[in-house]
Design a protein around this ligand. Structure first.
Ligand code: ASP
Length: 253
């Protein structure tokens, strides 16, 4: 999905205020508790692969910007030219956001869902009962000053623990960071004994919504129950069960 221009990750990433593409990604392994993440990388075609290298080949969890790219090269990853990430659709979105900002002033502009649509997340349960989660995102159109989103932060945008669940989030990242949303789902299951569905609904429909945050998440537990709550008009999502056909949805059921 990072190779498709349709998603806000890899090839289709949104543009920053300065007309760059700066990407965030995180992966968490629920069996081992290991995690890897990158933030603000500009020359990595598949940021989630780099996050995985951080998890598997470094002694760190989160690498940022130039340093993350030096690490990528030392691990044999090829850097791509910034032009690779250009898509007219995302460029035009930035121009619209800049025009709105000029008219209304920076703080009057509330980002619409179109300014970010398309973060890529995945949660999985394998046949041995292991959970994992991953998220990759270009972040939010017109982001400034090296802004990093929840997609780069373990616990905010991505979480997995074999004892509870695997979670990947999408939405206005500032709210997901303040609420440590992905971890919160697992914490409600562990400490309050909630089911996956109850915990995820409480986090999105109560906690996030009360704080006026917008977005959603996908989550799966060890029994293979899954849930995909959101408080926006729609959320691109899909699932595939063993032996079944892929199911894809955008709006509510
Ligand atoms: N959560 C991402 C961010 O704030 C954007 C998104 O998921 O739409 O960077």
């Amino acid at each position: 999905m990072e190779n498709s221009p349709l998603f806000n990750a890899g090839k289709g990433a949104v543009f920053t205020h300065d007309g760059k593409n700066e990407q965030d990604a995180t992966i968490v392994d629920g069996a081992t508790g290991m995690a890897g993440a990158v933030a603000g990388v500009k020359h990595i075609a598949n940021p989630i692969d780099l996050a995985r290298l951080v998890m598997e080949k470094s002694s760190h969890v989160l690498l940022i910007g130039d340093g993350a790219e030096v690490f990528a090269v030392t691990e044999g990853m090829r850097l791509v030219d910034e032009k690779y990430f250009h898509t007219d659709r995302r460029w035009n979105q930035l121009q619209k956001a800049l025009a709105k900002e000029r008219e209304a002033g920076e703080h009057a502009v509330r980002l619409s869902e179109d300014d970010r649509h398309g973060t890529v997340g995945a949660v999985a349960l394998d046949k041995s009962g292991n959970l994992a989660a991953a998220t990759s995102s270009g972040g939010m159109t017109n982001k400034k000053f090296g802004r990093v989103g929840d997609s780069a932060l373990v616990g905010a945008g991505t979480w997995a623990d074999n004892d509870t669940c695997a979670v990947s989030t999408t939405g206005h990242g500032e709210y997901f960071m303040r609420g440590v949303v992905a971890y919160d789902v697992g914490a409600l299951m562990a400490y309050k004994g909630m089911s996956l569905e109850e915990a995820a609904a409480a986090v999105i429909h109560n906690r996030l919504t009360l704080r006026e945050g917008t977005g959603g998440l996908i989550a799966i537990d060890r029994q293979g129950n899954f849930t995909m709550p959101f408080n926006t008009e729609g959320m691109y999502r899909g699932h595939l069960l063993k032996g079944g056909q892929p199911v894809v949805k955008i709006f509510r059921d």
